[in-house]
Ligand binder design. Structure first.
Ligand SMILES: [Zn+2]
Length: 442
């Protein structure tokens, strides 16, 4: 990509000429390379760490008799050369600018009893100077691929690339750290260290960028709320994190948040249930797990109460529909379809339909199935009277439209229920005709 200004041009001119990795750094990569597998073929196993070939052994993890490394076994029909690939990342400084350099490290094993070879190629860089937006320099990729880098081409300025399908940013790499990383004096002054960046559970670029450009991120770092910083970077927006004040109160009370995701969840629940989220009594709990469980229970109770309230309101508004429903199914009231294990009965009132919907967690009531004409709503229960499935039956076509268990599931009694209804078709017709006769005489 052509540079639009002098800074872009500067990156284009220099990105391919940064200092190559030292021998020590390369050794470090090979030493810490995470993949340790054995290729298991039909008759022999090959250690991909030393190339040694030996007889197959039982087990998913085995120890190489030659290099004594613990290996994860991978079954394969053919021996292959390209074993694996991982990203490694170096924090570097070029003329006062922080450059995050990403390297693709590919492991090959070509020959029997020879050590694997590692190809190390720099594929992308993020330039962060604290004044301009972070800039990307990278090699191109194969068309329609996410990160199959075309290594024969140099790096140059690129636009950020966000791939919907992979739902991630191609250049947000976050590789294993390479030793000898450096950060600029400004970043150090803001409380950042190479160690913090390398041990954080977030991409190096994310943490550096946020600390460079956002004062709340800098604050979190300086006061040691690292877990909170990581959580916000990974899950929320640091620019307008809605519980910033709460984090600051925690900090004033020297409360370090360890499980940030649980704490965030807990504060959100306190907030939703109208507890005082400015009180350290609530927001700095001694035992977060217990407090979280406590508020979770309160929240469930509230939701249940609200749901019941809503149902009551709907029943009240639907008085007319209620009357019509009860009139319509009046003659089916005494119908009991049973095989001795299951009893299928109509839901006699709209209140019963509502109760069925609440305890079965489905939408029979909320979606107003009781307003549907020529429809029987039935509940299948076991001998102990426990609900098994709810059935919608079409009285015109004389078929089961649907039969569903809790949360719309299909229970293991589903087929039995359907068969039972189908074999009682004549019985249902009898009740139906009775109801029609009844209608005519009224
Ligand atoms: Zn080995």
């Amino acid at each position: 990509m052509k540079a639009r200004n002098a800074y872009g041009q500067f990156i284009n001119d220099n990105c391919n000429h940064l200092k190559p990795l030292s021998e020590k750094q390369v050794e470090g990569i090979i030493r810490t390379y995470p993949e340790k597998t054995a290729m298991m073929l039909k008759t022999k196993t090959i250690c991909t760490c030393c190339g040694h070939e030996f007889e197959n052994m039982p087990g998913k993890t085995i120890t190489c008799p030659n290099c004594h490394k613990k290996l994860e076994v991978k079954f394969t029909h053919h021996r292959y050369n390209r074993i694996s690939a991982y990203y490694y990342t170096l924090l570097d400084i070029y003329k006062g600018i922080e450059v995050i350099r990403h390297f693709l490290v590919t492991k090959y094993l070509y020959k029997k009893d020879s050590k694997p070879e590692y190809n190390i190629n720099e594929v992308a860089q993020v330039w962060i100077d604290g004044k301009n937006k972070p800039k990307i320099a990278a090699r191109p990729v194969t068309p329609f691929s996410f990160d199959r880098w075309l290594l024969q081409y140099d790096m140059e300025l690129r636009q950020r690339y966000y791939h919907n399908y992979y739902s991630s940013d191609r250049y947000l790499i976050g590789g294993y750290p390479i030793s000898g990383g450096k950060i600029t004096p400004i970043l150090k002054k803001r409380g950042l260290s190479v160690k913090t960046i390398n041990s954080a559970h977030t991409a190096q670029e994310d943490i550096i960028e946020n600390v460079y450009y956002n004062s709340f991120a800098e604050f979190l770092l300086k006061v040691g709320q690292i877990k909170m910083l990581e959580y916000i970077i990974n899950h929320e927006s640091i620019k307008n994190y809605k519980y910033e004040r709460q984090v600051k109160i925690c900090n004033r009370h020297k409360y370090i948040i360890e499980d940030a995701s649980l704490w965030h969840d807990y504060i959100e629940l306190l907030d939703e249930n109208n507890y005082d989220i400015h009180s350290p009594h609530y927001i700095c709990p001694e035992n977060l797990k217990l407090s979280h469980d406590w508020i979770l229970k309160i929240n469930l109770k509230r939701i249940k109460k609200e749901e019941e309230e809503k149902l009551r309101e709907q029943i009240k508004q639907d008085k007319k529909a209620e009357k019509e429903y009860e009139k319509r199914i009046k003659n089916f009231k005494n119908m009991d379809i049973t095989d001795g294990n299951i009893h299928i009965k109509v839901l006699p009132t709209v209140k019963d339909v509502a109760e069925e919907g609440v305890s079965m967690h489905h939408c029979i009531f909320r979606c107003k199935y009781y307003k549907k004409k020529d429809t029987l709503l039935m509940s299948a229960r076991n001998n102990d009277g426990e609900r098994v499935e709810t059935i919608e039956y079409d009285l015109k076509k004389m078929i089961v439209v649907q039969s569903r268990g809790v949360c719309n599931s299909q229970t293991n009694m589903h087929d039995q229920i359907i068969n039972l209804i189908n074999s009682n078709k004549s019985n249902i017709i009898k009740f139906k005709n009775h109801s029609l006769r009844h209608k005519k005489t009224v």
